[in-house]
Design a protein around this ligand. Structure first.
Ligand SMILES: Nc1ncnc2c1ncn2[C@@H]1O[C@H](COP(=O)(O)OP(=O)(O)OP(=O)(O)O)[C@@H](O)[C@H]1O
Ligand SMILES: [Mg+2]
Length: 429
């Protein structure tokens, strides 16, 4: 399982764990050595003293010459009887640590008698406690220091990685003119990672560029034959024609115009950055033109059509984009409505297209804007691309599109020309 902790935190934790193990073993070693040395030295000293008492003082019939902390007992001496509670201690050195008492006992058995030296060791114990506290404080200090050091080191180690991540994330990274990343880094693991990013990003940049060129080449190259078709239609329409032939020709001319519009839309979308507004049209102009185009087909299906002006916005918009968006929404309204009305309503900061058709199911509201997604209402031929193109155009222009539930039956699509526009207008009064 991969740890979810940030890498820098894991480095700091590794530092602390290493310190716990190293300085913990070191501290335990100090404690063990102190105990060992204590046992060895004190036991040697007590044995020496006891021998001196037995061989020099007792033999000479003198009182044992001992300091105030040390007392002598013997099982065969009426002056120094062994106290009851020490009677059972084994031969050799023993350390007694009880609540207020800290004593060393040394027992020697010789010639059927037991001899004992008792030494008060409270002073030594006090000093030993201080030593152990210092060792413990040192151990804890080491842990705190290692955490601090770990955090600083981890930051140092991670700094180039964080910088690389920032560079890879930068929006300009997919521009063809962006400099490669690897030369900024040393020839180490991070340098190799940067080189790997350079290779992958290079591939990505080339494929994006190829796709962009493909779209613009196709769009560009289609414009000439489309112009030829349009001009030929116009020339033919000037000839005397039968009614049926004229209607067919007009349909061909309109389709050629639609295709021309689409080609221009694709070309504009393929260009990165906001579209330069070579020409601008008002919402009302485009709406009138689209109403003229779609009303006959809508009425021919037995539906009513209404163009309602609720205070249309007067700003200029890119007519190609606006036309494509409105045409797609009106085409859908016509296509997915069996009876009732199709409404194109102009608002102050956008417009909406409403119909009284089958409407859109709640769970489909967001998904229908994805490419190749068709909803439950889908019928007839269609790829599910219309709304995704509309959405991309809106994103390109900073417009917003939504399918709110404006009415009880049918669908409603609302385009808002964006919060930036509203702010501009508020600023200009
Ligand atoms: N006015 C509407 N009323 C009901 N459902 C709609 C309406 N407009 C769109 N939809 C639903 O959204 C889906 C996606 O619409 P979109 O225009 O993207 O694709 P399409 O119309 O199915 O095919 P295409 O537009 O590519 O020919 C449709 O299949 C339909 O289910
Ligand atoms: Mg459609």
């Amino acid at each position: 399982m991969t740890s979810r902790l940030p890498f820098s935190r894991r480095i700091a934790i590794a530092f602390v764990l290493m310190t716990v193990v190293v300085s913990g073993s070191f501290s335990l070693g100090i404690v063990a050595v102190v105990h060992f040395v204590e046992d060895q030295l004190i036991s040697k000293e007590l044995r020496g003293k006891l021998n001196m008492v037995l061989h020099e003082d007792i033999k000479a019939g003198r009182e044992p010459r001992l300091d105030a902390r040390t007392r002598f007992f013997a099982s065969n001496s009426a002056d120094h009887p062994i106290p009851e509670r020490f009677a059972d201690y084994p031969e050799g050195f023993t350390e007694i640590e009880e609540e207020n008492e800290a004593t060393y006992v040394y027992v020697l058995e010789a010639n059927g008698a037991r001899y004992m030296l008792l030494q008060d060791q409270r002073d030594f114990e006090e000093r030993e406690k201080i030593l152990f506290s210092v060792v413990l404080a040192g151990f804890l200090l080491c842990i705190v220091l290692s955490w601090g050091l770990g955090v600083v080191m981890a930051r140092q180690v991670m700094a180039p990685v964080a910088r690389l991540a920032g560079q890879v994330r930068h929006p300009d990274q997919l521009d063809t003119s962006t400099a490669p990343l690897a030369p900024d880094y040393a020839d180490d693991e991070i340098g190799h990672l940067a080189a790997a990013f350079d290779t992958t990003l290079g591939r990505l940049r080339r494929s994006i560029e190829r796709e962009r060129l493909f779209t613009s080449d196709v769009s560009h190259e289609l414009r000439t034959p489309l112009m030829v078709i349009s001009t030929s239609c116009e020339l033919l329409l000037e000839q005397p024609l039968q009614d049926g032939q004229r209607a067919q020709l007009e349909r061909m001319a309109r389709s050629a115009r639609d295709m021309n519009d689409l080609v221009r839309t694709f070309l504009l979308l393929a260009r990165s950055g906001p579209a330069e507004a070579a020409e601008a049209a008002t919402l009302a102009d485009v709406a009138r033109e689209q109403a003229e185009l779609w009303e006959p087909a809508i009425r021919a299906k037995g539906l009513a059509f209404e163009l309602i002006d609720e205070g249309a916005d007067t700003a200029g918009h890119n007519p190609t984009f606006l036309r494509t968006v409105m045409a797609n929404l009106l085409r859908n309204a016509l296509h997915y409505t069996a009876g009732g009305t199709v409404r194109l309503v102009l608002e102050r900061n956008g417009f909406r297209v409403e119909d009284t058709g089958m409407g859109i199911l709640e769970h489909e509201r967001d998904r229908i804007f994805e490419p190749f997604v068709r909803g439950a209402a889908a019928r007839g031929e269609g790829l599910g691309l219309g709304l995704s193109l509309v959405k991309r155009i809106c994103e390109h222009n900073g417009w917003e599109i939504a399918a709110p539930s404006c009415q009880e039956t049918g669908a409603c699509f609302r385009i808002s020309f964006g919060a930036c526009r509203a702010m501009d207008e508020a600023r200009n009064g």
